[in-house]
Every structure is written in C-alpha cells, then in structure tokens.
Design a protein around this ligand. Structure first.
Ligand code: FAD
Length: 329
C-alpha cells in the first residue's frame, strides 16, 4: 500500500525541481527549500540541451553512455506534456567539409543515433542528427515549480524554519559543503561555465556544434556556450574568457562578434566518473541528487525517478550506476 511521505528537498535547480514535481504528483508532502531566486543557479544559466548524441560524441566523460542519455531524454516528452513545456526538436549539426561531415555522421550512427549529411548554403556540409533536443531552462524551472505547487508542494526560502521530514533530498548542485549528513559531497568538483545570450529576431534551426563550442538558435534568442573551467566555483564573468569563446565560435558561423551578448556563468558539480550520485548517503540521513555535470537537464527526470524509487523503497535498475557509495567510503 502506498504511504505518503513528508519530503524535504534542499535545492530548487533542475534536479530538485523535477524531483519536487514528480514526488508531489505521486502524493508525497513536499517542501523545497532554496534561498536563491528562481534560476539563480547552474540550471538557470544552462543552454538546456537534451543532447545524447553530440554529448557522447564531443564530451569525453559522456563517451559510451549514449543509451543511458537517450533513455534519460526519452523521459522528457511525458513530463513536458504534463507541465505544459515545449521541447525544441530541431536537432543538432556539426559543420565542415563534405568528408568531415560524412565522418561525423558515421560516428553518430556508430553510437546508435540517427544521422544524415546536409548541404549548407555557405558551401559547407552538416552532419545532422534529430536525436538532440532542447528546452528553455528558465521556462522549465517556472513550469516545474507551478506544477509542483499545483500538486501540493511548498517552496520556501527560509533555511532556518525547522521541518520534520521522513526524507531529505540534497539537490544542492555545487553549493553545499560536505558535512556529517553527506560526506560524499567532498567527491564533487566544480566546473565553471561561461555562456552568452543575445536577444533578437533570429531564425531557429538545429544547434550548431563543434568541439568546445555550440550555438543554440531559437526564435528570439541565440545561446552560445560554453566553457569548461575545471576547479572554478565562482560565477564571475571574465571578459577575456568571453572574448575567447566568441573567437572559438567563428568555426560555427560568421558575424557573431557584432551581436549584443549578455554573458553569465554557472557552476556544474561533477563526480569522478561524470555520472550523478543518487541514493542514500552513507550517513543514512539524506538522499543525494547531485553531480549531473554538464547534463543536469537531460538527466533530471531520470535522477528524480531514482530518488522516488529510493524514497518508496524500490530497487531502481539504475541504483548501482548512480550509487553514491560506488567510489568507496
Ligand atoms: C554554462 C552551462 C551550460 C549548461 N548547459 C547544459 C545543457 O545544455 N544541458 C544540460 O542538460 N545541462 C547543462 N548544464 C548543466 C546543468 O546546468 C547542471 O547539470 C544542472 O543545472 C544541475 O542542476 P542541480 O539542480 O544539480 O544544481 P543547480 O542548478 O546548481 O541548483 C542547486 C540549487 O541548490 C541550492 N542550494 C545550494 N546549497 C543550498 C543550501 N545549503 N540550502 C538550500 N539550497 C541550497 C542553490 O541555491 C541552487 O538553486 C550546463 C551548465 C552550465 C554551467
């Protein structure tokens, strides 16, 4: 028989917000605590790509994980429909000479992704996949919160209010220092990322990708990302890093330098193997939902599902893969 639990979720980023939404919908009494304004976190600055194909191709830490990331992506359509969130499905593309595009398309197909090569108006060729999608992170955070509240969840910015809870979920991103409740947080390392946004009347299209840089093209906004600054845990914008990102982006398309970019930075939390830690801390005091590195949006419904399984005493098929104890005590 289902027994509703009282659940305290600390952190209202992608992982905490999706968990809140799913747990409240399942009938649990959920309170989310986060002193930061909505979106003032890595989740709010992220590009919002749900990109199993190109992440596996271009990011070494994701290599060999296409099936897992695609499974995570496939949890989004139902959740998005439930909360009234639009998913952008224009795909993604790497540009180059024809033989480079063909080689890239072969590599995408070898992962299991769909791929085709497409001639471009500027004479280049694109290796296109429809496997990679995108969401708008700020819209997603707002829709998740609204849906969670409609299911009965409460959001609270007061950390001092005492709260009785059957379960505590730590979804604190790179923000919480390790303590007795969760010594495993010491395993997380920060990776700062600069990202640029320009507002305007742009044509939408597939995300353009190259090693180290991508350009998301939505009507009304371009998003250019993102640096991977390992070990940095501040969100200061460094003008020289922004300038370098714009130079790197020249491989994608010309003319980006003249746009009016707004720069921001966020901090990803990464585990030693690049997969999140989800499950009880060795202290037994908290369920961890942290360490999703550069795929926190992509992985959020999957992580939230494992949290729910843990809370409700089911053994998830992903429990071992995400077990916080996998790095040893
Ligand atoms: C530049 C950039 C681009 C990215 N692009 C993508 C992308 O395209 N696709 C993708 O899937 N991922 C992307 N990511 C990664 C993604 O943003 C993260 O993996 C994800 O946001 C992590 O979510 P989170 O909920 O774990 O952490 P966060 O979003 O950091 O949220 C943690 C929350 O916990 C709160 N908190 C911390 N400590 C406490 C405390 N003691 N008490 C209460 N609250 C606390 C914080 O205020 C914060 O709101 C990107 C990241 C960056 C930086």
């Amino acid at each position: 028989m289902f027994t509703p639990k009282t659940l305290l979720i600390i952190g209202a980023g992608a992982l905490g917000s999706v968990t809140a939404c799913l747990a409240a919908r399942a009938g649990h009494r959920v309170t989310v605590v986060d002193p930061a304004p909505i979106g003032a976190n890595a989740s709010g600055v992220a590009a919002g790509m749900l990109a199993p194909a190109f992440e596996c191709l271009l990011d070494r830490a994701s290599q060999g994980r296409y099936s897992l990331l695609r499974e995570a992506r496939d949890l989004w359509p139902q959740l998005a429909a439930d909360i009234g969130l639009e998913l952008e499905r224009s795909g993604a593309m790497a540009l180059g000479a024809r033989d480079q595009a063909a080689e890239c398309a072969d590599a995408l197909r070898a992962l299991g992704a769909d791929a085709a090569i497409v001639a471009q108006p500027d004479g280049r060729w694109g290796a296109f996949t429809g496997d990679d999608w995108r969401l708008d992170p700020m819209v997603a955070l707002m829709r998740l919160r609204k849906a969670a509240v409609e299911f009965g969840a409460r959001f609270n910015d007061d950390l001092t209010a005492p709260l009785e809870a059957d379960g505590v979920v730590l979804a604190t991103g790179a923000g919480l220092t390790p303590g007795d409740r969760a010594p495993e947080l010491a395993l997380l390392s920060p990776i700062k990322g600069h990202i640029l946004r320009a507002a305007g009347d742009f044509a939408s299209g597939p995300v353009l990708r190259a090693p180290g840089v991508y350009l998301c093209r939505a009507p009304g906004e371009l998003v250019l990302g993102a640096t991977m600054e390992v070990g940095r845990n501040d969100t200061d914008v460094d003008r020289s890093v922004v300038a370098r990102l714009l130079v790197d982006a020249q491989v994608l398309t010309a003319g980006l330098g003249v746009l009016d970019w707004r720069a921001s930075a966020g901090v990803r939390a990464a585990t030693p193997d690049g997969l999140p830690m989800v499950g009880y801390s060795c202290s037994g005091d908290a369920i961890l939902a942290v360490g999703a590195r550069r795929n926190g949006w992509l992985l959020a419904p999957m992580v939230a599902g494992v949290v729910l399984d843990t809370l409700e005493g089911r053994r998830s098929s992903l429990a071992a893969l995400f077990d916080p104890a996998r790095f040893g005590r």
